[in-house]
Design a protein around this ligand. Structure first.
Ligand code: DGJ
Length: 349
């Protein structure tokens, strides 16, 4: 009798766990911006301020792993979380690929540091994946901002912390940034210089591990203090999208275009159009979010997706995502709100 009961209980738990997996595995057909986005395990995706690369048929999304319930200014950052996908909509959890260090207080990435906005670049010659992130050392805060560098052999990690450098050509370093690989393979670090917030660009060394000494300069024409930059090259022109500076609070996005990487850039204004029905916010607040990255979509012509974060500084793990197509009208970038969409959008353009 007791044995039968045990069998029934075991079957019950087996069925429950199977159902959970099924729920997590339910494949989604559309992007639904501004709503909860679940991974393959049915858990909310935890990859904020991130970026995406494409490698051998797979997209990898890297973002800030936030820790539940911790204060944003001190202990919210857990490292870099990676997800992979073939269709950009359904994401498989690949885990924390670079963790903050919980055991060594003297580590640059000791628990309590601020580790933000990870971006990964593939280095063809060494076949290494190089992750860059904003790194504020534990106990020092936002005063001095380093570029942290970590390296992996595989896109899904693990990444090993390597070193840090001060970007921007300033002893206070640089803040929000974009790593942009130009057509000749040169990688540029576009960043907000500290403490004066001038927008600057510098070249990385050919090994992509450090910025070249004295290479930072302000690209001509980007006169506004621009945070959260995202850079792409399209049809012979360089585009920079970004935000203003208002901490975690959303502001209006901006866009610039130039014929050469150092400019002169022309200000093309706010690319956002429409209203996010989930919070009632429109272009003047970038739908309640801040741009993080622009993903070139593979196998589609002239197709780009803008990754936007909805920040929740009181409990950052609750932050959300808005992914929308980036289109161009007479070469001016447009990010138009859509409640629900998928990649077939780019076939109809
Ligand atoms: C705006 C930046 O874009 C974020 O990454 C973060 O650093 C906040 N500022 C902090 O206030």
């Amino acid at each position: 009798m007791r044995k039968n009961l045990l069998v029934v209980i075991s079957i019950f738990f087996l069925v429950c766990s199977f159902q959970q997996t099924q729920a997590g595995n339910k494949s989604q057909k559309n992007f639904v911006p501004g709503t909860e986005w679940l991974d393959n395990n049915g858990k909310p995706i935890n990859a904020h301020g991130g970026g995406v690369i494409f490698h051998k048929g797979v997209y990898y999304w890297y973002g800030e792993h936030k820790i539940e319930g911790k204060s944003e200014a001190t202990f919210a950052d857990g490292g870099i979380h990676c997800y992979s996908s073939k269709d950009l909509i359904n994401w498989k959890d690949r885990g924390i690929v670079l963790s903050v260090d919980y055991t060594n207080e003297n580590s640059d990435i000791a628990y309590g540091c601020i580790l933000e906005r990870p971006k990964v670049v593939y280095h063809e010659k060494s076949k290494k994946f190089i992750a860059y992130f904003k790194l504020y050392l534990k106990g020092i805060g936002y005063e001095v901002s380093n570029v942290g560098v970590a390296v992996a052999d595989k896109p899904y990690g693990p990444f090993t912390y390597s070193h840090k450098f001060l970007g921007g050509g300033s002893l206070k370093g640089s803040g929000d940034f974009s790593m942009f690989k130009n057509t000749d393979g040169t990688v540029y670090h576009f960043a907000v210089r500290k403490p004066d917030k001038t927008f600057v660009m510098g070249k990385l060394q050919p090994d992509y591990l450090y910025a070249m000494p004295n290479s930072y300069q302000a690209p001509n024409g980007v006169t506004k203090h621009t945070e959260a930059p995202a850079v792409i090259y399209r049809k012979g022109k360089y585009y920079i999208l970004g935000s203003g500076t208002s901490g975690w609070k959303p502001n209006a996005a901006r866009s610039f275009v130039a014929d050469s990487i150092q400019g002169t850039y022309t200000d093309l204004g706010n690319p956002a159009v429409g209203i996010n029905p989930h919070n009632g916010l429109g272009p003047e607040k970038t739908f309640g979010g801040q741009i993080s990255y622009i993903i070139p979509v593979q196998d589609k012509k002239d197709a780009y997706i803008v990754m936007i974060d909805i920040w929740e500084p009181e409990n950052p793990i609750k932050g959300g995502y808005i992914w929308l197509p980036l289109t161009f009208k007479n070469d001016k970038p447009i990010i138009e709100w859509m409640d629900s969409w998928n990649l077939s959008f780019f076939d109809k353009k």
